[in-house]
Write a protein that binds this ligand. Structure first.
Ligand SMILES: NC(=O)c1ccc[n+]([C@@H]2O[C@H](COP(=O)([O-])OP(=O)(O)OC[C@H]3O[C@@H](n4cnc5c(N)ncnc54)[C@H](OP(=O)(O)O)[C@@H]3O)[C@@H](O)[C@H]2O)c1
Length: 251
């Protein structure tokens, strides 16, 4: 079991990350939070400080995580604040307009930069740091969208698929150092990211449900976790559909 007492959260203003932060604080954790928007981050930090006990420390900094040149500095600042690192959650992301990505390669590449390359850059610093201390857990929010390319969102899917595959290799490497790497694959979650979606039906989950799944998976050091669990079955079926049939579907 990994004890999540000192945790860094990247993308801390995300709805899923904020719920995860609240649950971690309720368990007694100290947190270092990185979010893009200073005002939103201040609100999150203020809320977490109210929930925290006297011996818990909560702080953070604002940063655009596509600024890869700042990643090492961010990891250093987090480690200096927390003393050492028990866990890291990487949660930032954007859901692109697929049509805009099809019309303009620059838009597609920017989405790949945010959803994949910035994550890989951060993971490179974090992996080396945790490998040195020979303990800890890294959780990254990927997506079921990374399991198979679909016409409706294959740019986002390609970015998440890249992250999932990178994590697979990283997990394999860090297992030798006692560091766990958890790939989190949520299905549909009711957050600002999906604000424009019709949200009826049993497939939609609340961010707090996903948050408790993330914490359990990180504590247990699980490899890949679908949240909620039934997405593992859905994605198995989707992956098994032969390409000749898949091409005719409007997924
Ligand atoms: N919602 C779903 O259905 C769903 C499903 C599968 C996976 N996911 C993944 O879950 C994660 C959390 O998303 P969410 O659903 O909680 O949505 P959300 O509330 O919209 O959170 C997305 C967060 O990413 C941050 N962000 C985007 N670009 C950034 C950048 N360049 N630098 C720093 N932060 C940046 C946003 O910051 P700002 O506040 O500054 O915009 C926002 O806080 C994402 O990785 C997403 O891809 C979501």
């Amino acid at each position: 079991m990994n004890s999540l007492k000192r945790v860094i959260i990247f993308g801390a203003t995300s709805a899923i990350a904020e719920q995860t932060a609240r649950q971690l604080v309720a368990q007694g954790a100290s947190l270092f939070c990185v979010g893009r928007n200073q005002q939103k981050l201040d609100g999150v930090l203020e809320d977490l400080r109210v929930r925290a006990g006297q011996n818990q420390c909560i702080d953070g900094v604002a940063a655009d995580l596509t600024d890869n040149g700042k990643h090492e500095e961010l990891v250093n600042a987090a480690e200096a604040f927390l003393g050492s690192i028990d866990g890291v959650l990487i949660a930032h992301g954007t859901l692109p307009d697929q049509q805009a990505c099809q019309d303009d390669a620059a838009v597609a590449l920017r989405e790949i930069e945010t959803n994949a390359l910035s994550v890989i850059s951060l993971l490179t610093f974090l992996a080396n740091r945790l490998e040195q201390q020979r303990r800890g857990v890294i959780g990254v929010i990927s997506s079921v969208a990374g399991d198979r390319g679909r016409q409706s969102n294959y740019v986002y899917g390609a970015a998440k698929g890249m992250v999932s595959l990178f994590l697979q290799g990283l997990r394999n490497r860090l297992a030798k150092s006692g560091v766990d790497v958890v790939t989190v694959k949520p299905g549909f979650v009711d957050t600002p990211m999906t604000a424009s979606f019709e949200k009826s039906g049993p497939l939609w989950a609340r961010p707090e449900q996903i948050a408790s799944g993330i914490i359990k998976a990180m504590e247990k050091g699980r490899g890949v976790v679908y949240l909620p669990w039934f997405w593992a079955g859905i994605m198995l079926v989707i992956k098994l559909i032969p390409e000749t049939i898949f091409k005719r579907l409007s997924l």
